[in-house]
Design a protein around this ligand. Structure first.
Ligand code: CA2
Length: 145
């Protein structure tokens, strides 16, 4: 796996501006910069994207699948609602790791359910922004198998 798409969903563009107690103080751009540095050490090219629109996320998952790329996906609130994202992951064949900055299982009950987890290779949550790096390591490990 030479390329990984890191796809961020709705409201994650607000990171670092509010709710630092839940999501930390890094901005999404900060996370992207850190992750690019890590990806270089792993020999992986990174596509780092964010959209507030479900259809964009579907398009990008399909694009990753067509390119034979892996996906690190923080689908934000769409995690808990989106059959379209689940179908995109399953249908595209893109090996996908679900990531959440917060521990969704320690939060409101509606965040405990993930529509996408059953079609993902793994799930990481509760480690803050470091979760993205853990997911990249996980994908790299799966690609070596
Ligand atoms: O913990 C995560 O990474 C989440 O995916 C974040 C989503 C939430 O709906 C998921 O349940 C868990 C929300 C992202 C909103 O991010 C904000 C950041 C700063 C200020 C306001 C929202």
């Amino acid at each position: 796996m030479r390329t990984v798409f890191v796809i961020n969903g709705p409201n994650l563009n607000l990171l670092g501006t509010r709710e630092p107690g839940v999501y930390g103080s890094l901005t999404l751009a900060d996370i992207g910069r850190r992750l690019k540095t890590k990806a270089e050490t792993l020999g992986i090219a990174l596509e780092f994207r964010q959209s507030n629109h479900e259809g964009d996320l579907v398009d990008w998952i399909q694009e990753a699948g067509q390119a034979g790329a892996g996906v690190v996906l923080n689908a934000g609130a769409y995690t808990h609602t989106s059959i379209a994202l689940r179908d995109a992951i399953a249908g595209s064949g893109a090996v996908t790791v679900e990531v959440h900055i917060s521990n969704v299982h320690a939060r409101e009950p509606f965040r405990h359910r993930s529509m996408i987890a059953p079609v993902c290779a793994g799930v990481i949550c509760g480690f803050g922004a470091a979760g993205y790096e853990l997911a990249l390591d996980g994908l790299a490990g799966l690609a070596e198998k």
